[in-house]
Every structure is written in structure tokens, then in C-alpha cells.
Design a protein around this ligand. Structure first.
Ligand code: 3PG
Length: 207
């Protein structure tokens, strides 16, 4: 079983994907892989999300499919049962942390403050999401953290684009960034998989 840091080493950008139709799942995963991004965070925000994870896990083995927007213990279990290979939560409580750990999957707990990051470190985990990155202080905030919590490693997500990603990626405590800009919902609705591949290629070569 890979660790959370193994997952984040797959690409400079974790694509955060919302699918409105299960038919979008396999082509979007293949389009990301074709652009050099072999992972996808499929958010549990639409009724088809778990089926989308199932489809990618079954049909696109070259892509590591994770479940995002995990906000309850039940969602963590459902994602595991659907075949998710990693979990991402936007925030974190002791209950949610324990539920994600119980799945045995690598996971990224969401944090936005030093106290939350310390709580995750206390629980024995170094790698976490920083969300919502831009609204929570962005690069300036993250760059102050190594002096006080040098062990914490972040995947900043929320308000990140190809334009501001390089500044995050230059920080020593950033493993990669996350974002939805590789897979805009209208592009998915139009089935413009070539566009997804172009955006993925740009993202894969950011660092
Ligand atoms: C997430 O779930 O991580 C966010 O929705 C991604 O934020 P973004 O849409 O600003 O990239």
C-alpha cells in the first residue's frame, strides 16, 4: 500500500474532479493520464461520484483514483468499498481522522490552521491538505510554517491555477498542489477530452 506522500509524488498537481455523469469518469481519467497526470481526486459531491470511482478503478488501472470531499466516516467507508485508492478531506476532526485511518488507505486530512496541522502531526501523520489555500493565506501563510512545524508537508488546494501554482510548488513544505482547473465542468460536459489532456500536460510540467 502506498503512503500519502507516494500518492502526492505522482504529479505536481492533484486534479480535483467533479463529475455530473458517470460516463465522464473513464474518459476524463484517461485524458489526464494521457497528459502525464496519473491520478485523480474524484469528489463526492454528485450522486454519481461513487459509481465514477468504481468505473475508473475497474477500467483505468494506470490512474490512481482517490475520493475527495470526505466529510464523514460513512463516506470514507463508501469510498473504500467503491475502490478508491486514497482519500482526501477538506477539514479534519479526530473522528474523521480515525475513520480515514481505519480504511487502511493513504489519506490527506484537510487543515487550514497551525493548530489543525499540529493535531494531525500529533496523530502521527505528516502529509495533509491545506484548504482553502488562497482564502487561508496562500503562499505567504504556508511559507511561515516550516519554522514552527517543520515536519508538516502540504498539498495546498483551493483557488490554485496554472498561474499561481509555481509559487506554491517552490515552497519546501509543499509536495504538490491540488485544483479543479484541469477539468472544468463545462469542458467535461462538452466531452472535450483533448482539452483536458492539454491542461494536464501543462500541469505535469509545472515543476
Ligand atoms: C477542493 O475540493 O479541493 C476544491 O474544490 C478545489 O478548489 P478549486 O476548485 O479552487 O481548485
Amino acid at each position: 500500500m502506498p503512503s500519502a506522500s507516494d500518492v502526492l509524488a505522482l504529479s505536481p498537481v492533484v486534479p480535483v474532479v467533479v463529475v455530473d455523469a458517470v460516463e465522464q469518469a473513464v474518459p476524463v481519467a484517461r485524458a489526464l493520464a494521457a497528459g502525464g497526470v496519473p491520478l485523480v481526486e474524484l469528489t463526492l459531491r454528485t450522486p454519481v461520484a461513487l459509481d465514477a470511482i468504481r468505473a475508473i478503478a475497474a477500467e483505468v488501472p494506470e490512474v490512481a483514483v482517490g475520493a475527495g470531499t470526505i466529510t464523514s466516516p460513512g463516506a470514507a467507508k463508501q469510498a473504500l468499498d467503491a475502490g478508491a485508492q486514497f482519500l482526501v478531506s477538506p477539514g479534519c476532526t479526530p473522528t474523521l481522522l480515525a475513520a480515514m485511518a481505519d480504511t487502511g488507505l493513504p489519506f490527506l486530512p484537510g487543515t487550514a490552521t497551525v493548530s489543525e496541522a499540529i493535531a494531525v502531526l500529533e496523530a502521527g501523520y505528516r502529509t495533509m491538505k491545506f484548504f482553502p489555500a488562497e482564502a487561508s493565506g496562500g503562499v505567504g501563510y504556508l511559507s511561515t510554517l516550516p519554522t514552527v512545524i517543520p515536519d508538516a508537508v502540504f498539498c495546498p488546494t483551493g483557488g490554485i491555477s496554472a498561474a499561481n501554482a509555481p509559487a506554491y510548488l517552490s515552497l519546501a513544505n509543499v509536495a504538490c498542489v491540488g485544483g479543479s482547473w484541469l477539468t472544468p465542468r463545462d469542458v467535461l460536459a462538452a466531452g472535450d477530452w483533448a482539452r483536458v489532456t492539454v491542461l494536464a500536460h501543462e500541469a505535469a510540467t509545472l515543476r
